[in-house]
Design a protein around this ligand. Structure first.
Ligand code: NAD
Ligand code: ZN
Ligand code: ZN
Length: 338
């Protein structure tokens, strides 16, 4: 089978790869679609360590074609996700308290185990979440990482209906953050980016206000929108340090700033601002299987509509370049159905 493999020189090689036999509790999935997440770009560039030889891909959707011994949760023909949260230990303090993505023995698809940017992929059956029948599988691929991550981030922000939330970075993740915040949580949304095309797209998918950080003052805009108080929460999906700092500057006292983007950098935290204004800064990592089920359900109901462009696996290095240059609006999705 053909797979997109990370190479030593930080490129992706589309090559023939043989899968090992299935082990107890595993299933074999024929991939239909796999989105290209900015995390794939970080992984390929060895931002979190060298993983030469690994098959990329954690926004995968496909159909089960074989199940091994011990599999009770899936059967042949089921459509499932292949997500970053590939498998966790199931018995540690994180796994038993609804925080399985933080498990210290977690396996991550397309990073520590072979992922879904391949014609076939092995999954740990109990961790492959079923896709609702009425959800388009290409759209479902975007929910598998971008969707569940931003759904969870908005959940963690504690935003209430009618309050103002700011989303920084309107890429593959950010546009879905706008949609979950607006159409699921009933929030007012202000979108921040440095690219007018992304901001126009944010408006299209429901943002009430937009701010181009290159030529508008985010603090003045936040005050203007909230009678001088500041935003009730922010979610940062941008891949740069500056927006992390701006996301703190624009919130009101007691607000939550939710960190999602992964620039390899440090953010500045003004200690008096943090302490005197009781600001909470919280990191959040993808979502649990239950979060993914919920995120899928809202997409199946049409409340959240991922924008996907279908591409061929042979174009993967081009897609990576387009992403690096900030040229992608929505998500590029590798189509394995043809
Ligand atoms: P993307 O490339 O599709 O989007 C990034 C967006 O950030 C673009 O719209 C770009 O214009 C914007 N941006 C860049 N510089 C900016 C700046 N200075 N100010 C404001 N906006 C700016 O990427 P994506 O797939 O949406 O992923 C975003 C980040 O989230 C990546 O770092 C990725 O690794 C990370 N991520 C985290 C999780 C998690 O669980 N925490 C999950 C998935 C992805
Ligand atoms: Zn991702
Ligand atoms: Zn665990």
């Amino acid at each position: 089978m053909i797979a997109a493999v990370v190479t030593k020189d930080k490129k992706v090689s589309v090559e023939e790869k043989q899968l090992r036999p299935l082990k107890h509790g595993e299933a074999l999935v024929q991939t239909e679609f796999c989105g290209v997440c900015h995390t794939d770009l970080h992984v390929k560039n060895a931002d979190f360590g060298d993983v030469t030889g690994i098959v990329l891909g954690h926004e995968g959707i496909g159909k089960v074609i074989e199940v091994a011994e011990g599999v009770t949760s899936l059967k042949v023909g089921d459509r499932v996700s292949i997500a970053w949260m590939y498998e966790s230990c199931g018995h540690c303090e994180y796994c038993t308290t609804g925080r399985e993505t933080l498990c210290r023995d977690v396996k991550n698809a397309g990073y520590t185990v072979d992922g879904a940017m391949a014609e076939q992929v092995i999954v740990s059956a109990d961790y492959a979440v079923k896709v609702p029948a009425n959800l388009d599988p290409a759209a479902a691929s975007s929910v598998t990482c971008a969707g569940v991550t931003t759904y969870k981030a908005v959940k963690v922000s504690n935003i209430r209906p009618g309050q103002w939330i700011g989303i920084f970075g309107i890429g593959g993740l950010g546009n879905l953050a706008v949609q979950y915040a607006k159409h699921v949580y009933g929030a007012n949304v202000v979108a921040f980016d440095i690219n007018d095309e992304k901001l126009a797209f944010a408006k299209e998918v429901g943002a009430d206000a937009i701010v181009n950080l290159l030529n508008e003052d985010p603090i003045a805009k936040a005050k203007e929108l909230t009678n001088g108080k500041g935003l009730d929460a922010t979610v940062v999906t941008a891949v740069a340090k500056t927006p992390f700092n701006q996301a703190i500057d624009v919130v009101k006292a007691g607000a939550r700033v939710v960190a999602v983007g992964l620039p390899v950098d440090k953010m500045d935290l003004d200690i008096p601002r943090l302490v005197l204004d009781g600001i909470q800064v919280i990191g959040t990592l993808v979502g649990t299987r239950q979060d993914l089920q919920e995120a899928f359900q809202f997409a199946a109901e049409g409340k959240v509509v991922p924008k996907v462009t279908l591409r061929k696996i042979e174009e993967i290095n081009e897609i990576m370049e387009e992403m690096e240059q900030g040229k992608i609006t929505g998500r590029m999705v590798i189509d394995f159905t043809k």
